[in-house]
Design a binder for this molecule. Structure first.
Ligand code: GSH
Length: 315
């Protein structure tokens, strides 16, 4: 599989660029479609419990966000979950964890079947997370940043009692932090790992650790990134931090230091891990097997490291 993976590298600079999201319809409570119908003319599908299937890999940090948010909001009964095999071959994500090798609800073997049914001419990467309509088998969205925001704002009728408010009313600070963390940390580790020139790698590494230093300081006097309450940006940072020492430090060469060597970030990540909805959704085995067995060009001998000891995350 090419090092570009779900993106491409620039031949001139060796910089790695992420592919855009192709399917950007949304499930909206103001959809003018009725239950059981497809999207309205503005691409808005109706909110309907039991209808949609969230397809994830537990290895993938972008998909992991949606797994945590779904759980925190208590949407497990409203939106079902399909988990793909963490190890992909050239055919892409496969429902290989199901005994029949097919997703029992969608009836398909590969996620690509749903992508192709939705757009027969689609020739981009088939990515998770994706939300698939179980009635038509069509992909509604693979727009990962929007998926979690919509679980918070469009599905409120089906949230559990006292579900956390992950999006504050004033979004300016949240949006700015999410943007910086996306570019420099969430995607920053991939820009280190998939760079194909020394310069591009070093530039991404410097940006990544400069931002982690800023976040380390920010967390010196507050339990969560926005202050006293948990928000969407904490979940987005967590899914990168929890993979940091197990994967990004070695496999992606993000090795100025380990997460465990940042006192505040490590205490924060461990605290989140121990909250309901976080640690229970982390599968280090699937995470490590995915990265080390799938990226042939950066780990051609396919050895999966034994460490680090995951017990460090426990109380
Ligand atoms: N959809 C987004 C983000 C999601 C994403 O990158 N998911 C990865 C897993 S972490 C994926 O599904 N990659 C499949 C592939 O490259 O074939 C994108 O295209 O950048």
């Amino acid at each position: 599989m090419s090092p570009a993976q779900f993106g491409r590298e620039s031949a001139a600079t060796g910089e790695w660029k992420r592919q855009g999201n192709r399917f950007v319809d949304r499930i909206r409570r103001d959809s003018s479609s009725k239950p059981g119908e497809g999207p309205d003319d503005q691409g808005r599908w109706p909110v309907e419990p039991g209808r949609y299937r969230l397809v994830v890999s537990l290895a993938c940090p972008w998909a992991h966000r949606s797994v945590i948010v779904r759980k925190l909001l208590g949407l497990e009964d409203a939106i079902s979950l399909a988990i793909v095999d963490p190890v992909r071959d050239d055919r892409g994500w496969r429902f290989g964890l199901d005994p029949s090798g097919r997703d029992p609800v969608l009836g398909i073997e590969f996620l690509s079947e749903a992508y192709r049914k939705t757009d027969p001419s689609y020739d981009g990467r088939v990515t998770v997370p994706a939300i698939v309509d179980t009635l038509s088998g069509l992909v509604v969205t693979n727009d990962f940043p929007q998926i979690t925001l919509d679980l918070s704002t469009e599905w409120t009728e089906y949230h559990r009692p006292h579900a956390p408010q992950l999006i504050p009313a004033d979004r300016a600070e949240l949006d700015q932090l999410m943007d910086e963390i996306y570019r420099e940390v969430n995607n920053g580790v991939y820009r280190c790992g998939f760079a194909t020139s020394q310069e591009a790698y070093e530039a991404a590494y410097d940006v990544l650790f400069a931002r982690l230093d800023v976040l380390e300081e920010r967390l010196a006097d507050r339990p969560y990134l926005l202050g006293d309450t948990l928000s969407e940006v904490d979940i987005r940072l967590f899914t990168t931090l929890v993979r940091f020492d197990a994967v990004y430090h070695g496999h992606f060469k993000c090795n100025r230091n380990k997460l465990t060597e940042f006192p505040n970030l490590w205490a924060y990540a461990r605290r989140l891990y121990q909250l309901p909805g976080f640690g229970e959704t982390v599968d280090f085995d699937q995470i490590k097997r995915h990265y080390y067995l799938t990226h042939d060009t950066i780990n051609p001998n396919r050895i999966v490291p034994k460490g680090p000891d995951p017990r460090a995350w426990l109380p």
